[in-house]
Design a binder for this molecule. Structure first.
Ligand SMILES: Cc1ncc(COP(=O)(O)O)c(C=O)c1O
Length: 323
């Protein structure tokens, strides 16, 4: 009998190509058997917190590298703390599970690893965390086409939800209804994606990415009090910019600055840096990826695939056992 909701191995499902194995609550599990009951808070209310960690393939080193996994786990802990969700696994166990999952699927290409800590079974009309079980599951899937060459975006009619209502710095599944509305509207209106403003009309972020612009040669991104997810790639770009001799600042950004910018780009774990070529049909710069965007892209690419910065990367395959 077919298993309801399960994508057959090797076929494209709701969130990409289905691999052989998932990981759930302490063990590797065949993909079609990776189920969570319908009567759980995760399924009913989207009550989970999660991370998407990149594992990037280095042809030169014949290995996959998890990029900044410690920072992802730190953010997972913050999300779990605010949600009052107890994480039943240690960081060391989660990193080992992520490596084991990727290795079991024998990936030799860029992979996105989704780590989801969820609220499970408990009374449905109470949110008391002590009455609800928790667990963790992981999926790992090839990134596929990877980086997007250039985006044509709009400013969204839906604003980013304020910190006082549902903090965007918490990466909770339920928070994604907000950005989803903006992304879908952008697609319906013929754009690749959307830039969201906050309720004070300041530039905030994109549905699944942070945003940067370049003005007079300075790299600028909204500061963390704007109401954004504090992206790991955003942080990486802020750290890499000075190493390339660039000034990078975090501050509030007005909507019309988007139209005045020389360059605009988006940052996110799996696709890195994506140039934005037009906003609300205003051309950004010359309508081609800008020179600073491309320099940062190259540097980020180098960092994600190498062992040059040992603090940032964790190899997946043990050298001696590597396939
Ligand atoms: C709302 C939102 N903002 C920003 C980002 C980028 O964050 P990171 O660079 O950590 O992937 C994401 C990632 O998915 C996101 O969902």
């Amino acid at each position: 009998m077919p298993t309801l909701g399960a994508t057959p191995v090797g076929e494209r499902g709701a969130i990409g190509l289905a691999p052989r194995f998932a990981w759930m609550d302490g063990r590797l599990i065949e993909w079609p058997s990776a189920h969570l009951h319908i009567d759980t808070h995760c399924v009913l209310g989207g009550l989970n917190v999660y991370e998407v960690v990149g594992a990037f393939w280095s042809e030169a080193r014949q290995n996959l590298f998890l990029f900044r996994v410690e920072e992802h786990l730190r953010r997972l802990h913050l999300s779990a703390k605010v949600m009052r969700l107890h994480l039943p696994f240690s960081d060391a166990e989660l990193v080992e599970a992520a490596r084991a999952l990727v290795a079991a699927n024998e990936f030799r290409e860029d992979v996105g690893i989704r780590i989801v800590a969820y609220f499970g079974a408990g009374p449905v009309f109470s949110y008391r965390p002590e009455e609800i079980s928790t667990g963790v599951f992981m999926t790992a899937k090839p990134v596929g086409q990877g980086r997007r060459p250039g985006l044509h975006v709009c400013t969204a009619g839906w604003s980013r939800m304020p910190d006082i209502a549902a903090p965007p710095r918490v990466k909770a599944g339920a928070n994604y209804q907000n950005v989803r509305l903006a992304q879908i509207q952008a697609h319906v209106d013929g754009y690749d994606d959307a830039i969201m403003l906050n309720s004070a009309a300041k530039v905030c972020e994109m549905p699944l990415a942070n945003i940067f612009l370049v003005r007079s040669g300075v790299v600028v991104t909204p500061d963390v009090s704007t109401g954004i997810l504090e992206g790991i790639t955003r942080q990486t770009v802020l750290e890499l910019a000075p190493r390339l001799g660039l000034r990078a600042v975090e501050r509030q950004i007005e909507r019309s600055e988007l139209y005045a910018a020389e360059e605009v780009f988006a940052t996110t774990t799996l696709t890195g840096i994506s140039p934005i070529l037009s906003i609300d049909r205003y051309t950004v710069g010359r309508g081609t990826p800008g020179p600073l965007t491309e320099r940062l892209q190259r540097r980020l690419d180098d960092e994600t695939r190498s062992e040059s910065n040992l603090a940032w990367v964790t190899p997946v395959y043990d050298r001696r056992a590597s396939p």
